[in-house]
Ligand binder design. Structure first.
Ligand code: PGA
Length: 256
């Protein structure tokens, strides 16, 4: 057993206006108990427009759920219409930032180079990047899944100074996201091991042991247990199921 505390992150994507977000965080908090937070680090990543509202609820009600953002720009301030910077997120007590989600790579042309700039900006403001990697179906069928993921990690992370901070890596096969077709837990476990091995070569063994590796892609209350049983999977990045407080709470409570 490693001493990495499980990390379960709800990625709300482009869902929930700020009023809906308030209801979702409240409902989620009613379904979780102190022992759940002792066992698992719980994070929700609402859209930017809902961050402040969720922050106010979790601080006022002292809910031990951490706040995540779904993206960040790498410049601190200036003429970048539409972008949001790391210091802006830090000011809202955002703790984690999802970087390089496959939807950003696919629809918004995010490259490994941009992923690295974003991760670096996050680390520079004491935010933990959750760096997403994963192969497409074509790449998997061509037998390239491992080389694609290794390449994304090397290009996205090499040269980052982690210092006291840390990051998480989410292995999310693109074909499993939002499709209801999750990866086989054994395959995900192997890819988790590969991610850790690559982290060892990019950074060092100590860092590789410390980084939490998440699985993402159609995680639900039933399959979560099988993923969490894998030694190199330390948590989950949950999309669709995180919008339903009952389902997300059941995922957080996978151990029961
Ligand atoms: P999903 O999304 O759980 O809806 O498949 C996962 C993700 O995109 O992080």
């Amino acid at each position: 057993m490693s001493d990495r505390k499980p990390l379960i992150v709800g990625n709300w994507k482009m869902n929930a206006n700020h009023l809906e977000a308030i209801q979702m965080i409240q409902k989620l908090s009613y379904r979780l108990e102190p022992s759940d937070y002792d066992a698992v680090d719980v994070v929700v990543a609402p859209p930017f427009t809902s961050l402040r509202s969720v922050q106010v609820v979790i601080e006022q009600d002292r809910i031990p759920i951490a706040l995540g953002a779904q993206d960040v720009y790498w410049v601190d301030e200036g003429a970048y219409t539409g972008e949001i910077s790391a210091p802006m997120l830090a000011k809202l007590n955002v703790a984690h930032v999802i970087v390089g989600h496959s939807e950003r790579r696919q629809h918004f042309g995010e490259s490994d180079e941009m992923v690295k700039l974003k991760a670096k900006a996050a680390l520079g403001h004491d935010l933990f990047p959750i760096v997403c990697v994963g192969e497409t179906l074509e790449q998997r069928e061509a037998g390239d899944a491992e080389s694609v993921v290794r390449g994304q990690l090397r290009a996205g992370l090499t040269g980052l100074a982690l210092g006291e901070g840390s990051l998480s890596v989410a292995y999310e096969p693109v074909w499993a996201i939002g499709t209801g077709r999750n990866a086989m837990p054994d395959d995900a476990g192997l890819m988790g091991g590969l991610v850790r091995e690559e982290l060892r070569s990019i950074f060092d063994s100590e860092t590789a042991e410390r980084v939490r590796v998440l699985y993402g892609g159609s995680v639900n209350p039933v399959n979560i247990k099988d993923f969490m049983a894998k030694k190199d999977i330390d948590g989950a990045l949950v999309g669709g199921a995180s919008l339903d407080p009952d389902k997300f709470a059941a995922i957080v409570r996978y151990r029961l």
